[in-house]
Write a protein that binds this ligand. Structure first.
Ligand code: HEC
Length: 262
């Protein structure tokens, strides 16, 4: 008896089966190539754009690594620089830059050489309009204010608790105090030292950003939110109060002495 592999007929069929399967793969490969050919074809415009994106990404990565956050302390050992050091550097660079005049007041950087003086608005008239502390607050204003607070959160904390680069807004008498102070801070920034209650605070650099380019409702809403969150309860801020103080935009950065006492 011989085994089936010795059988010439079995060998012959096996050969043709193998050849058949092999050619099937060949045909499949050809078909796939045909259908994918146009996506694989190189597109010079897309390649140029990709190269540009890559180049930009490399530049941004390098700039961030150099200026923001990370430092090689010894060969192969990279540590994160504390945020206070980074903010101090950014603040000092901005101030030292003293940007030149620009056409719109909203673009003047407090501390720059284009700063306006004089022409004080009637702050008292603005504060007289503030509704009483127990006035119901419009839920839509709170919702919009909460969304806007996302930028403030970075420095003042998600719950207004404060941190290394911003004072607490919770349980802070300035926040519950005259509305004109708060609006002017949004328009001109504020530089320390400041007092929260009787605690003196010194932040690394004047970091309170100016959001003068935002409209009246945006600024009113974010301040209304801050005055009615984190345990604070104070009258809402009205867009018309913000409007009355637009002439503040472009003036020098505020210090605590410029604010109305409370
Ligand atoms: C980059 C950090 C940063 C961001 C973002 C920021 N602030 Fe400030 N804010 C500060 C610092 C720092 C001070 C204190 C000023 C100082 O001492 O230089 C301050 C002060 C204030 C004060 C006055 C507090 C006091 O006790 O005098 C209010 C009110 C305030 N910020 C509200 C806001 C609101 C509202 C936003 C968002 C629209 C915001 N801040 C975004 C850093 C920041």
């Amino acid at each position: 008896m011989s085994s089936s592999s010795d059988n010439p007929f079995v060998r012959f069929t096996a050969f043709w089966w193998a050849l058949g399967v092999f050619s099937l793969f060949g045909v499949l490969l050809l078909v796939t190539k045909l259908f994918t050919s146009d996506t694989e074809e190189s597109n010079p415009l897309e390649e140029a754009a990709a190269a540009k994106r890559y180049e930009m990404r490399t530049t941004v990565d390098a700039a961030q690594a150099a200026g923001l956050g990370y430092k090689e302390v010894e060969k192969g050992k990279v540590v994160q620089v504390p945020p206070t050091v980074v903010f101090k550097h950014v603040g000092e660079t901005l101030l030292a830059g003293k940007p030149e005049a620009v056409k719109q007041d909203t673009q003047i950087i407090p501390g720059g050489s284009a700063v306006k003086t004089g022409g004080d608005a009637d702050y008292g008239a603005v504060d007289k309009l503030t509704p009483a502390a127990d006035t119901p607050v419009d839920p839509a204003a709170m919702e919009a204010g909460k969304a806007a607070f996302m930028i403030c959160m970075a420095c003042h904390g998600a719950n207004g608790e404060g941190g290394p680069v911003g004072p607490p807004l919770a349980n802070n008498p300035t926040v519950a105090g005259p509305v004109s102070n708060l609006i002017r801070i949004q328009f001109r920034g504020l530089t320390g030292p400041i007092h929260v209650g009787d605690k003196e605070m010194n932040f690394p650099a004047p970091m309170m950003p100016v959001i003068a380019a935002q409209d009246d409702a945006y600024i009113a809403n974010v301040l209304t939110y801050v005055r009615n969150s984190f345990g604070n309860k104070a009258g809402p801020v009205l867009p018309e109060q913000v409007k009355m103080l637009r002439s503040e935009i472009g003036k020098a950065v505020l210090t605590e002495a410029d604010l109305i006492k409370h």
